[in-house]
Design a protein. Structure first.
Length: 897
RNA sequence: GGGCCUGUAGCUCAGUGGGUCAGAGCGCCGCGCUUACACCGCGGAGGUCGUCGGUUCGAGCCCGACCGGGCCCACCA
């Protein structure tokens, strides 16, 4: 007996070999309204609901990327989310219980800014919660409200407004995803700023802290002066930045002359702590150990040797300031130099004149730059250097690379501050090796994306800085005692129990303290910082999987199977998730990572947001249909950039319509109430058997491709087969399937064979297409089958092979070539394909001879050959089938050939 | 400077352990209202596979160099 329809628990598919009763094929088929109709049904039936009684081995869990709800979705999202959905649908049909949640990322700067502008407020954690608060503005979208005009509100109020605002976005986003046909379980959504997500982030942090993986340190670090927050290595972006080399004289204290250095940051002159040159540099060897005096400010600094100094850069001797760049930090640390910071966290030169500037002139010069931005301070310093003659020549303009916060527009400065870190291998070789090993374990699709992971981990130069000096976000669940002098005891943090989470240390009180002790000597103070957004989103598997509150669920879904994401956030989201999982669970967070490429506009540039917004995703879906857009997305391989191509969507739409039409046709034979018998034993005709043999190969190959995350290959195989099926097989088999040659009232064996083969083929093809074209396939499925195609089992080749017997697929191609030869005769004669042929000889290559002969009667019928159709073997080397000596039956007025 | 990806018909792309691999679709040209489909069908014309070397009996497919695209990292004196 065949097993072409293996039973699945939720799929009331036909039992092997049984008849599928009752067809209900519409007279006219259409894609119009198909998305709303089926999305509604799927929702009503809970078709994609996750069965949480499933065991881990049965579950396929997906760590869906939560889109930023304060941005807008663009075609790139549609593209990559389709890839994931194809996987989800395939796995579901393969019998897996698919855990496919959707998250909304409403934590972070984009949401913070949007809430500020939309409601005219700003977050001030020092304020108490006001339950009755109503924002001054509603929907001041587009206009940004000046900071001075923003009403300060408590963090809790701010979070509430965030949730209020993003709720509207989530409705829009969900509508789009539904329209696109994502088979998400909409009963399982999460928000990254929700109480649950905050609690997970805090709990994970507390555990990192308890294990010694998280720590606090006061150290120089990269600082964004606009946002006034520390920034992590992963958030850096190197950009070109105009600057100028200034050649500046330092005066030797022994009075023997001057040393010239070159700098692009003359405004940092008051922060200079040393001059540094390479130990082997002949030019400066004599100076090592001596001191020089800084111009303008008259501070005596040593000339030192350090191998990190590069003789061919600038003058070969550099001024080391605290801090101009990361090399300065290295020198400062390794040469044990003093800290002389002059730059404030707001990016301005500190107002108070520092005590290391002792001379009257120096103090005067400093007063002239105090409080200025780096830009103005630079002008002032340069003017001063000109005045004193310490500027040698004119500044030489240069283009240099500077580090920027990816969301910022001013170069990062280096500022000393107290920050939280989580170990990520950046300063611990053993941990780095472990994390590199995790990367090796993880199956990247495509695999070369693994290199990006390895490069990043290999190049880390510090631990993960997780604290941010912002106000909206997940606060650190930490308080500190104040000693009797009111000094903060950072070394003795007060921590909440896990049951108390989430906490907000700015409004909650640590155990054994009362609110009135906040900020007073002997009392306590809350940690003012919030976590980096990645510190929360690195925990999406834990948040979505119920790590904290639902261990039963968590055990069924974690470690997850798949992380789909973009290649640009391998260093951030992917890596940080691996770090958290490794530290907390001692495992990878998922076994596979599917990396989608970019969408490029027709100019081969990365599709910009502005362009992406011109073509809204919803507009695309409405114009072309969801299946069509999905087809375009599914045509692009993972990890490969794809062009935004409307043409490809049109092809997809055509395919979807073809599926409807061809299916309608394949189901049109026999009386309407006559059952479709899906019995391979009925398939006896050589052509039918060959078709099934080909289809069986396609099923095997497509299945293997999808297993390997190669949805493109699977689609291509299926599609190619399907078009041949339509253009050749359906045409060839048409008359026989109608029962053209059967006696009145009888269904001949050939007819039954064709009908069974058509049914079996349709049955498999619909399921093969279902992951990519969920709407069209479901529509067709509903005409003749019970249940949803999306819960039907993935096709297997075994039943098809039973029907195929020992037939080889090539017969279909041979017969198709023969039919094409007859068509060509008509095409060249410029007559209708319906024109009858009264005589022709098919000259076929030897290799095709048997195939053509096996299907000759079908070829005759499809080619409308009424008389003799001869068969001859072509000479060696001839290609293709040629019809010779064709005589067409032409209308009287067209003349004869 | 280091690394990854990529360069095949006008366009978008397949070409699977080197030997019918020179392909598909779109576009183009011509034809056809053939009762599944005119949101269609049929037929046809398009390429010395970026360049130059090398390995091999044989190379889009392997190796090297170069040229052209895209991206990541490093480079802030």
């Amino acid at each position: 007996m065949s097993d072409h329809l293996p039973s699945a628990p939720s799929a009331p598919a036909a039992a092997p070999g049984t008849a599928v009763p009752g067809r209900s094929v519409p007279d006219r088929v259409s894609l119009d309204g198909i998305e709303e109709r089926w999305d509604g049904r799927w929702t009503a039936e809970g078709l994609y609901a996750f069965d949480r009684t499933a065991e881990r081995a049965q579950v396929f869990s997906i760590d869906t990327p939560p889109p930023t709800v304060s941005g807008s979705l663009h075609v790139g999202h549609v593209f990559s989310y389709t890839h994931t959905d194809v996987v989800a649908r395939f796995r579901r049909m393969r019998g897996a219980e698919v855990f496919y949640p959707m998250g909304w990322d409403d934590n972070g700067l984009p949401t913070e800014r949007r809430v500020q502008n939309y409601y005219g407020v700003r977050c001030d954690p020092s304020l108490p919660y006001d339950p009755a608060f109503e924002p001054p503005l509603q929907g001041a979208e587009g206009k940004s409200v000046r900071a001075a005009d923003q009403v300060p509100i408590s963090r809790r109020n701010f979070v509430e407004l965030c949730e209020r605002l993003t709720a509207e976005d989530e409705v829009q986003f969900e509508a789009l995803w539904r329209r696109l046909g994502l088979s998400v379980d909409w009963g399982m959504t999460y928000q990254t700023i929700s109480a649950e997500a905050r609690a997970v982030a805090q709990q994970a942090f507390l555990r990192n802290l308890a294990r010694g993986e998280a720590y606090q340190a006061e150290a120089p670090g990269l600082w964004d002066v606009t946002f006034q927050t520390a920034v992590a290595q992963a958030e850096l972006e190197a950009r070109d930045y105009p600057g100028a080399f200034h050649r500046v004289a330092f005066h030797r204290t022994d009075g023997t002359g001057a040393v010239h250095i070159e700098t692009t940051r003359p405004e940092l002159l008051p922060a200079c702590v040393a001059l540094v040159a390479h130990p082997d540099d002949e030019r400066y060897r004599d100076l090592f150990g001596t001191t020089v005096r800084t111009p303008l400010f008259g501070v005596e600094v040593p000339v030192l040797a350090h191998p990190a100094a590069e003789p061919d850069k600038g003058a070969g001797i550099a001024m080391c300031c605290t801090f101009g760049d990361l090399t300065d930090v290295q020198w400062w640390r390794e040469l044990d130099l003093p800290t002389r910071s002059v730059l404030g966290r707001d990016g301005r030169i500190l107002r108070d004149t520092p005590d290391w500037i002792a001379t009257d002139e120096g103090r005067e010069r400093y007063a002239a730059v105090a409080g200025k931005t780096t830009f103005s301070a630079r002008e002032a310093v340069v003017a001063g250097l000109r005045e004193t003659g310490d500027l040698d020549g004119e500044p030489v303009a240069t283009q240099r690379k500077a580090n920027f916060f990816e969301k910022g527009d001013k170069p990062l400065e280096i500022v000393t501050s107290r920050q939280w870190y989580i170990g990520n291998g950046g300063r611990d070789e053993a941990l780095r090796a472990e994390l590199l090993a995790r990367g090796t374990e993880l199956d990247f699709h495509p695999d070369f994306m693994k290199v990006r992971y390895e490069n990043w981990v290999g190049g880390l130069n510090g631990d993960w800085l997780v604290s941010r000096q912002r106000f909206f976000g997940v606060p650190f669940p930490v308080w500190y005692p104040l000693d009797e002098h009111g000094e903060v005891r950072h070394d003795a943090p007060l921590l909440p129990g896990e049951d108390a989470l989430p906490v907000d240390p700015s409004s909650d009180v640590p155990a054994a303290y009362t609110e009135d002790q906040r900020g007073v000597p002997g009392g306590f103070v809350g940690d003012p910082d919030i976590m980096d957004t990645w510190a929360t989103s690195s925990l999406t598997p834990q948040i979505a999987g119920g790590w904290r509150t639902d261990p039963d669920l968590f055990a069924r879904v974690f470690p997850m199977d798949l992380r789909p994401q973009g290649q640009d956030i391998i260093r951030t989201w992917l890596f940080s998730t691996v770090v958290r999982s490794h530290l907390e669970h001692g495992s990878l967070p998922w076994s596979d990572a599917a990396i989608s490429g970019w969408i490029l506009d027709p100019d081969r540039k990365k599709m910009s947001k502005s362009k992406g917004n011109v073509v809204t995703p919803m507009g695309l879906l409405e114009e072309h249909g969801s299946d069509a857009v999905r087809y375009w997305a599914a045509s692009a391989r993972l990890g490969t950039d794809a062009a935004f191509e409307v043409g490809q969507m049109k092809i997809g739409r055509r395919l979807a319509i073809k599926v409807l039409n061809a299916s309608k046709f394949a189901l049109s034979f026999g009386a309407p109430d006559e059952p479709v018998v899906l019995d391979p034993a009925l398939v006896v005709d050589p052509l039918d058997r060959a078709m099934l043999a080909g289809l069986a190969d396609v099923v095997d190959a497509a299945t293997a491709a999808l297993e390997a995350y190669d949805h493109t290959r699977a689609l291509e195989l299926t599609e190619t087969f399907f078009w041949t099926f339509c253009d050749d097989y359906l045409e060839l088999v048409k008359d026989r399937a109608y029962g053209a040659g059967d006696a009145e009232g009888e269904v001949g064996a050939g007819t039954a064979s064709a009908r069974a083969a058509l049914g079996l083929a349709l049955d498999a093809l619909l399921r093969l297409f279902a992951p990519v074209l969920p709407f069209a396939t479901e529509e067709v499925w509903s005409w003749w089958r019970e249940g949803s195609v999306h819960r039907a089992p993935w096709p297997t080749s075994a039943g098809l092979r039973t029907g195929a017997g020992d037939a080889v697929p090539a017969v279909v191609g041979a017969a198709g070539s023969a039919l094409a030869a007859l068509r060509k005769v008509k095409s060249e004669a410029k007559v209708s394909m319906r024109t009858e042929i009264e005589h022709a000889v098919l000259v076929v290559p030897a290799a095709l001879r048997d195939g053509v002969e096996a299907a000759l009667s079908d070829v005759r019928a499809a080619g409308r050959v009424t008389g003799t159709l001869g068969l001859a073997v072509a000479p060696e080397g001839a290609e293709g089938v040629v019809a010779q000596d064709a005589r067409l039956v032409l209308p009287a007025d067209a003349g004869t050939r």
